[in-house]
Design a protein around this ligand. Structure first.
Ligand code: BG6
Length: 500
């Protein structure tokens, strides 16, 4: 995570180069890194996919992706030409061992006078991963332990058993330190800032525990529906797609102990400690701890939108959840009996990702009842998106002759605080892979520990068909049962629009 070193010469080989991820995210992120001067001087980008395409066709598509999605916008001609001169495309069958020998020869031919890192990026559907990894291993492309790295996109397995199998297969060919499992939430500036906020300030850490904190809420709400990913969602659902990875990672950063250093393994050890401390959800009492939902048709910003079961690729009787909420406890000295409420969903009222840390009420209310007005307990809100920043809610006296209290916010925003654009998560993560820094990537034991947390819920949900689906209209904050999940404890969700 400590940048400042320039990456060594690098070759980035993207498997699945014809796909959406490469076009929308990877090439634009590499181009933005190039524009900001972070790319190594000697750099090659080799796209590989089944589809027949010439170098020029691939470069034209890359240009289109960069023009539409890069942070720096439509490239100027000379900058684009310089960047594009490093791009090439190879059409190959991922199952053909010969293709990997040819790849090896091609990479060998690149060797310059300095050592080069080779990054194999899996931007393919998960079903192809085994064949690609095995073939890379057999062709000797994983052998350079210090310089050859593999990057994998989620999902890492479909459940605990398949995640373990995937990890075993990977470590047959690559060392754990060569494997970079992406959870793109960890590349977001605001998510990384949780550590700076907690551990670079003396102010918050002394109150960051069960003595002062009543509970924590983590919300990742999206306005979009499943879009063109209905077929994938049918097998994944919100629990696998979002909660098992992004939300649990955010929980780890919020709840972890202070690291001794910013060494990759030190940070990852502290995070995995949190996952291991999560109290197992009893398999026969899942309903008290977890809620699922599926969106029906509804209205979003004045437009009628279809329900999940009407989306392309979705079964008309689908049981896949597009919303998941969970109550978890972290059984350790710091957090004993402090509930963490997590929720995520598609087609919710607003796009918002945030953590709110709610403090206990003051021990004694000395103000007259007439002064209390809409008294609220203090909370710190870490806004991950869209308005990246941090705010602190506290009480203030309303101006005027009467003694009246009102909640107010002290607020920091990245936009105003730093007056600069923040890099996209993929920029941060790709640069870290080139630097060989694994801090923001998932280690095998973290992946397994996160699966263990959700397994009782997954199994219980798979065993029972939800009778009430769809149970929330598009454009709302999710099903009633999610309100009940937190209301049973005498608390309520913070809804961004109703916050003030
Ligand atoms: C992905 C999920 O990991 O994260 C998507 O597969 C989801 O379903 C996306 O939409 C959300 O990411 P972001 O960065 O847009 O909040």
């Amino acid at each position: 995570m400590t940048k400042g070193i320039h990456p060594d010469p690098a070759a980035v080989v993207i498997f699945g180069a014809g796909g959406d991820l490469t076009w929308r995210m990877l090439v634009p992120a590499l181009f933005d890194l190039y524009m900001d001067g972070w790319m190594p001087e000697q750099f090659s980008l080799l796209g590989i996919d089944k589809k027949e395409m010439s170098d020029d066709e691939f470069i034209t598509r890359a240009y289109d992706g960069v023009s539409r999605f890069s942070r720096t916008g439509k490239p100027e001609d000379d900058r684009w030409q310089a960047f594009a001169s490093s791009i090439a495309y190879v059409s190959a069958d991922f199952n053909d061992p010969e293709a990997y020998h040819a790849l090896r020869e091609r990479l060998d031919a690149l060797d310059g006078d300095q050592p080069r890192s080779t990054i194999f990026y899996q931007a393919t559907p998960p079903s192809l991963v085994e064949s690609i990894v095995t073939n890379l291993g057999k062709a000797g492309l994983a052998r350079e332990r210090e310089r050859s790295r593999i990057v994998l996109e989620k999902p890492f397995g479909h459940d605990l058993a398949s995640a373990n199998e995937l990890n075993d297969m990977l470590t047959e060919h690559f060392d754990e330190r060569q494997i970079f499992r992406i959870d793109h939430f960890l590349g977001k500036e605001t998510v990384q800032n949780i550590l700076a906020f907690r551990f670079a300030n003396a102010l918050f850490e002394p109150v960051w525990d069960r003595r002062y904190i009543d509970h924590v809420q983590i919300t990742v709400a999206e306005e979009v529906g499943v879009e063109h990913r209905g077929a994938y969602y049918e097998h994944a659902g919100a629990l696998r797609d979002m909660l098992q990875n992004h939300l649990l990672q955010v929980l780890c950063l919020t709840a972890m102990e202070a690291p001794v250093s910013f060494d990759a393994d030190e940070i990852r050890n502290r995070k995995v400690d949190v996952l291991r401390a999560i109290r197992p959800i009893p398999r026969d009492d899942v309903r008290r701890f977890a809620v699922r939902g599926q969106y029906g048709a509804g209205w979003m910003e004045g437009e009628h939108v279809p329900g999940y079961r009407e989306e392309p690729g979705v079964d008309e009787h689908s049981s896949a959840e597009t919303f998941a909420a969970m109550k978890l406890f972290v059984d350790n000295w710091r957090w004993q009996d402090v509930p963490f409420y997590l929720r995520t969903g598609k087609r919710m009222r607003e796009k918002v990702s945030e953590i709110t840390v709610h403090f206990k009420p003051v021990p004694h209310r000395s103000f007259p009842v007439t002064a209390e007005g809409d008294w609220q307990t203090n909370y710190i809100a870490i806004h991950i998106q869209p308005d990246d920043g941090i705010s602190l809610r506290f009480q203030a006296k309303r101006p005027g002759p009467q003694l009246r209290l009102s909640p107010v916010d002290m607020r920091f925003t990245y936009r105003e605080g730093f007056q600069t654009t923040t890099p996209d998560a993929y920029e941060t993560l790709l640069l870290d892979v080139m630097l060989g820094d694994a801090t923001l990537f998932m280690r095998a034991d973290q992946v397994a520990a996160a699966w263990k947390v959700v397994m009782p819920v997954l199994e219980s949900w798979e065993d029972t068909i939800p009778a009430d689906f769809s149970n929330y209209p598009a454009g709302t904050w999710g099903p009633e049962a999610a309100e009940a999940l937190i209301a049973q404890d005498g608390r309520s969700w913070i809804h961004p629009t109703t916050r003030v």
